[in-house]
Design a protein around this ligand. Structure first.
Ligand code: GLA
Length: 396
C-alpha cells in the first residue's frame, strides 16, 4: 500500500472516531509546503523569489454541516482536541492555537462579503516538520481557502486564494509575512519552481531540470523562538532603507534598484544596520536574476554558486542565519557532489536546501550528520525534495 493511501485510511478512521461514521460527503484535499531556492527576504521588498512546492504538506478531510458551526481537529495536535467556532462570531483567540490559521481564512472570506450559511467538520494531518520554515501555516491557510472556494463555488482564482490567505495571516494572525509562501503553495506546478516578481505578481513556471542532482532539505531541528519579532524588525529596517532611498529616487520597493544605482546611494542610509539590510535586498535581487538564468540554461554549477552567495549574504548582511544553519552549509562546501546550499525561509533555524549529486547523497548525509552533531549536539533530519503541485483535491 502506498503512503498516500495509508494517510487517507488513517484519517478516515480518525474522522469517524472524532466525528461520526457518516462519511458520504467527505472530500479530501492536500496542500504542499514550500522550499525557497533563492530570493530570500525580498518578497516584501518587491523582489524576485524562486520557491517550489514539495510533497510534504497538510491533508484535510472535510464534510459540510447543517448549522454554522466549524469543528476542527489536527492529528498533529490531537491532545488539544476539537476546536469549535461559529461562523457568526469569529475572533482571534490565542487559546485556539493552530486553529487561528484556518479560522482566519473563514473570517477573511466572509469579510470580503461572501455569505457562508453552513460550516464544516474538518480533520487535518500534516507531515511537514513543525517549525522547520517550510511554511506549515501558509499550507493550512491555502488549503482551507481552496476547500471553501470549491465547496461554495466562490470563483476565486489561485492568485485570489494566495492574496486572501496572506491578508488573513497579516491581519488576523498579526504576522507580517510577504506573499511568497501563499503564492507558491497555491500556484506551483509539479517539477517546476515558480519565479515570482513580488512587485507585479507576474510569474513564470521554471522547469527544475536537475539531471543527476537533487535538492536535499536538511532540518537543523533547532527549537526556534521569537522568529516573528526578528522578522518584523527586518521588515522595519528595510522600510527605513526604502524611505531613505526615496529621497533620491521614487521606488516602489528596494529591489527596483540595480546594484550599480545602489552603489551611488549608500551614503543615504541612516545606520549601519539599515545599510546592511538594504544591501542584502538589492544584491539578492541580482543573485536571483542570475540564478534563474543559470537554471534555465542548465548551468547547475553557477546556480549552486548563487545559492552559496545568497546564504553568505543572509548570514553577514541580513543576519537571519544562525550557527546551526551555517555549520550545515559550511560542512557541505568542500564535498564533491555538492554544488550549493543555503538557508531557506525566514531563518533563525529551520532548514538548509542543498544541491547534491544523487550518487553522493549518502556520503553527504553521513558527513553532515557527524559534523553537525559533533558541534551542536543536535541530530539533523534529511528529506529528498519531491517537487509537487499546489493545493487541490487529493488524488492518491
Ligand atoms: C517567511 C515569510 C515569507 C518570506 C520568507 C523569507 O517565510 O512568510 O513571506 O518573507 O520568510 O524569504
Amino acid at each position: 500500500m502506498d503512503g498516500g493511501r495509508i494517510v487517507k485510511e488513517n484519517m478516515i478512521s480518525k474522522f469517524i472516531e472524532y466525528f461520526d461514521d457518516n462519511i458520504d460527503n467527505l472530500a479530501m484535499y492536500f496542500s504542499p509546503g514550500r522550499v525557497n531556492l533563492i530570493g530570500e527576504h525580498i518578497d516584501y521588498n518587491g523582489g524576485l523569489v524562486m520557491p517550489c512546492a514539495i510533497n510534504l504538506g497538510t491533508y484535510a478531510l472535510i464534510r459540510p454541516r447543517l448549522d454554522r458551526e466549524v469543528h476542527m481537529i489536527s492529528l498533529n495536535f490531537e491532545d488539544q482536541g476539537i476546536y469549535r467556532f461559529n461562523l457568526g462570531s469569529i475572533e482571534y483567540d490565542i487559546a485556539m492555537d493552530w486553529c487561528n490559521y484556518p479560522m482566519g481564512i473563514f473570517n477573511e472570506i466572509q469579510r470580503m462579503g461572501n455569505v457562508l450559511d453552513h460550516g464544516f467538520d474538518v480533520l487535518f494531518f500534516g507531515d511537514l516538520p513543525n517549525g522547520a520554515g517550510l511554511s506549515s501555516s501558509a499550507s493550512i491557510e491555502v488549503l482551507t481557502a481552496t476547500m471553501i472556494n470549491d465547496h461554495y463555488a466562490l470563483g476565486f482564482s489561485k492568485k485570489d486564494i494566495a492574496l486572501l490567505s496572506q491578508r488573513s495571516e497579516n491581519q488576523f494572525n498579526g504576522v507580517n509575512c510577504g506573499i511568497m509562501d501563499q503564492f507558491s503553495i497555491a500556484m506551483c506546478e509539479k517539477d517546476h519552481a515558480i519565479l515570482l516578481d513580488c512587485n507585479t505578481l507576474e510569474y513564470d513556471h521554471v522547469p527544475l531540470e536537475l539531471g543527476e542532482y537533487l535538492l536535499m532539505i536538511v532540518n537543523t531541528n533547532k527549537k526556534r523562538g521569537l522568529v516573528d519579532s526578528a522578522y518584523n524588525a527586518r521588515r522595519i529596517a528595510c522600510d527605513l532603507g526604502l524611505k531613505a532611498l526615496n529621497e533620491a529616487k521614487p521606488l516602489s520597493g528596494i529591489c527596483e534598484l540595480t546594484p550599480k544605482e545602489w552603489l551611488t546611494l549608500t551614503e543615504l542610509m541612516p545606520s549601519e544596520e539599515v545599510y546592511k539590510r538594504t544591501h542584502h535586498a538589492v544584491m539578492e535581487q541580482y543573485r536571483t536574476q542570475q540564478a534563474s538564468i543559470a537554471l534555465k540554461s542548465g548551468d547547475l554549477m553557477a546556480f549552486g554558486e548563487w545559492m552559496y552567495r545568497s546564504h553568505d549574504s543572509l548570514r553577514y548582511h541580513f543576519e537571519v542565519s544562525c550557527d546551526e544553519l551555517d555549520i550545515i552549509v559550511d560542512a557541505g562546501r568542500p564535498l564533491s557532489g555538492v554544488l550549493g546550499a543555503r538557508m531557506t525561509g525566514a531563518g533563525f533555524g529551520g532548514c538548509v536546501v542543498a544541491l547534491v549529486h544523487k550518487a553522493h547523497v549518502e556520503d553527504y548525509e553521513n558527513h553532515i550528520r557527524r559534523v553537525y552533531t559533533d558541534q551542536t549536539g543536535l541530530v539533523p533530519s534529511f528529506y529528498k525534495a519531491v517537487i509537487s503541485s499546489g493545493a487541490g483535491v487529493w488524488h492518491e
